[in-house]
Design a protein around this ligand. Structure first.
Ligand SMILES: [Zn+2]
Length: 399
């Protein structure tokens, strides 16, 4: 190599080095900032905190046992041990809101251009989150791996934080309830799956998810699967043969079955097959907000007959309103139709929805329940005891 050429290539390589450093800095900024931007954009709060209520309401609220059956908080790469100004849920905010039990539901595939009426399963928006948050490569094309990865995030939180526990057995639940008498800051999570497509068509994956800590199994999300129809799918059919086996297997393992997003036929068939209480973890009701996503009176009655709960969601298209009064209107409707013991909370916090408030706004629901004339006993049931009863029934019936 001539001296001149050598000098040129030395100069080139210096530029290449600077360009590489520049690209690395830009990429690391993108990977650090993009998940935050996405989280903020998809999980907004309509009324920002704080949410002041009368001292008498705070006193009642802080003595309740509060349980919520649905939050998708594991999807956004948010460190749940820290308090954030974005999204709806993290451990410090759950503690401030006096939430005892939060079910963390795991989303593994969502079609693009989502519609309430009909979606085909051919697109997948979760891959974008997986890439932006740098999930392990296995999650790029395995829905099961996505479920296991998110479950691991919650297990990690339980391992690293002594005020948070992951509940998996009746004994866990009992010990937690006893310990919480002395330590009111203690909070627990339960793992739930949103959509049986994560089983990837294999019955044995029910057991795999059970071993990973999942205790609630939602059969559907936004599209029909190998297991059965979604309320928003192309066919919206009933359970398949595999679907019937999945239901029986989950019941055998004493996992709680969640019929949110399931087609009308699947709801009827599962209720008929069920030997234990089933739930709809986040929903509205047609009686106060008539759309394709919400439950009919007949469906509410069928769920109640199993001993289960209808958990009312907080987002505007669930309750046709943007405040606690709209949420309580749906709660009142269910309580009047089937009894107060069959209605509970299913916020859908962090579910890519606008929430009227973040979790620290829960005292607004306690206040609205009081204003609506619910007794203190009824308020205790709605805010958590009904969900606790269902969890105890399903967990304790485990052989
Ligand atoms: Zn959902």
């Amino acid at each position: 190599m001539s001296k001149r050429k050598w000098r040129l290539s030395k100069k080139n390589s210096r530029w290449l080095f600077i360009a590489a450093i520049g690209i690395a800095i830009v990429l690391s900024l993108v990977f650090a900032k993009l998940p935050v931007i996405v989280d903020k954009r998809f999980n907004p709060v309509i009324h920002p905190p704080p949410y002041p209520v009368a001292p008498s309401v705070t006193q009642v609220h802080n003595n309740l046992l509060i349980a919520d059956l649905h939050a998708d908080s594991l999807l956004w790469g948010r460190d749940l041990s820290q308090r954030h100004q974005r999204g709806h849920v993290d451990l410090p905010r759950l503690q401030e809101a006096n939430v005892a039990i939060q079910v963390f539901t795991v989303v593994t595939k969502v079609p693009s251009n989502l519609k309430l009426e009909q979606n085909n399963p051919n697109s997948d928006d979760i891959i974008k989150l997986a890439l932006v948050q740098r999930w392990p490569m296995a999650t790029w094309n395995s829905l099961l791996a996505r479920a296991l990865y998110q479950a691991e995030q919650l297990q990690q939180l339980a391992r690293s934080h002594n005020q948070f526990r992951l509940l998996k057995t009746q004994a866990d639940l009992q010990t937690f309830m006893e310990d919480r008498q002395q330590q009111p800051q203690l909070t627990a999570g339960i793992l739930g799956l949103e959509g049986a497509h994560a089983l990837t068509g294999r019955l044995e994956n029910v057991e795999r998810l059970y071993e990973a800590g999942f205790r609630m199994l939602g059969l559907a999300h936004f599209f029909d699967t190998e297991v059965g129809g979604s309320a928003h799918g192309m066919e919206q059919g009933g359970l398949t043969d595999l679907g019937r086996q999945v239901v029986l297997k989950a019941q055998n393992l004493h996992m709680l079955l969640d019929l949110a997003h399931s087609s009308a036929t699947v709801i009827d068939e599962v209720v008929a097959l069920s030997t234990q209480p089933v739930v709809v973890s986040h929903t509205g009701v047609k009686g106060t907000c008539d759309n394709a996503r919400n439950l009919s009176d007949q469906q509410i009655q069928a769920i109640a007959r199993t001993g289960g709960v209808i958990s009312i969601g907080f987002w505007p298209t669930a309750v046709c309103g943007e405040n606690a009064t709209a949420i309580v209107r749906a709660i009142r409707y269910v309580a009047d139709l089937v009894g107060v013991e069959h209605v509970s909370l299913g916020s859908d916090f962090d579910g890519a929805v606008s929430a009227p408030f973040d979790v620290t706004g829960l005292p607004l629901i306690t206040a609205a329940l009081q204003e609506d004339g619910f007794s203190s006993e009824a308020i205790s049931q709605i805010m958590g005891l009904n969900t606790l009863r269902v969890l105890e029934t399903v967990f304790s019936s485990r052989a």
